[in-house]
Design a protein around this ligand. Structure first.
Ligand code: ZN
Length: 297
């Protein structure tokens, strides 16, 4: 997924670009606040709408003025106003991470029609990463709708906006001249899903046959089916490569630290897949382009 043509923010709005960045940062922090609710409640199958936020210790409802992303946590010095129980730093961390991710996506996409898609992508990724870190699951209620969302984007965007996704100009989709753009995009999405989810599933199957232990959770596969559909096959493989590399480095560090434990059951791979996918979204095309120019004659 990449932008081939984008109108600068300044041209459209007449405002300096830093106003755009501040605005996107604030939107990101607010969405991050919502992601905290998702991360906290979805694994417990609770409603993400009702009831409003309350202190987990004393049950005191959190007032609007104490619920300002990042700011309130700092003002309250990380404690509940009522009972002074410490509030996890995870809350402002998720808000800040989402805000910064939104800024990066805006930097990459500008005021393009794909901007909301990029923002949804990183928001879903952050929710999945934090849920996986805490509960070792990637809930279907997030991965399934995202899979549908990815395919809808890949079909509707070429029709509605004439969007050309980056995988549509590389093989094998590049040779599909004569087909409508949305069909080319759909084929790209299917190949991307297979490259993302299919390859992970295959690795897991081979590993299980060879070692008799489950290496790959189906949650990882479902996550990468949707991510791969959106990113295309090349960026999907790039994501998995980054994830495997980062996972290996961290994995070795974890093994070194706690000798004889089975590290497979301890590392939520979704975190690495999430990081890899966001890097692929933001920088994948540039890195692959640089690699091709440098190492492929
Ligand atoms: Zn409290």
């Amino acid at each position: 997924m990449t932008i081939l043509l984008s109108t600068p923010f300044e041209t459209i709005t007449g405002l300096p670009i830093f106003i755009g960045y501040i605005f996107v940062f604030i939107i990101g922090a607010v969405i991050g606040s919502f992601l905290n609710v998702v991360i906290h409640r979805v694994p417990n199958e609770e409603s993400i709408v009702f009831p409003g936020s309350a202190c987990p210790k004393c049950g005191n409802a959190i007032a609007g003025y104490d619920n300002i992303p990042i700011v309130s946590w700092l003002l309250l010095r990380g404690k509940c106003r009522n009972c002074k129980v410490p509030i996890s730093i995870r809350y402002p961390a998720v808000e800040l991470l989402t805000a910064l991710s939104f800024v990066l996506v805006f930097w990459k996409f500008g005021l393009d029609v794909l901007l909301p898609v990029g923002l949804i992508f990183v928001a879903v990724t952050i929710a999945l990463m934090f849920i996986d870190a805490e509960h070792m699951i990637l809930p279907n209620v997030i991965t399934y709708p995202f899979f549908v969302f990815a395919f809808l984007v890949r079909i509707i965007y070429p029709i509605a906006f004439g969007t050309v996704f980056s995988d549509m100009v590389i093989g094998p989709m590049a040779s599909m001249s004569g087909y409508p753009e949305w069909v080319v995009s759909l084929v790209g999405a299917i190949l991307g899903a297979l490259a993302g989810g299919g390859s992970l599933w295959l690795i897991g199957e081979v590993w299980m046959r060879a070692r008799g232990v489950e290496a790959m959770g189906l949650g990882d596969v479902k996550m990468m089916l949707g991510f791969g559909a959106l990113l295309g096959w090349r960026l999907a493989l790039f994501s998995i490569f980054i994830a495997a590399f980062a996972g290996a480095v961290i994995g070795i560090a974890v093994i070194a630290k706690q000798k004889d434990k089975d590290f497979q059951s301890q590392i939520p791979f979704g975190i690495f897949l999430g990081v890899g996918s966001v890097i692929a979204l933001l920088f994948g095309e540039q890195v692959i382009g640089w690699y091709m120019r440098t190492f492929v004659p």
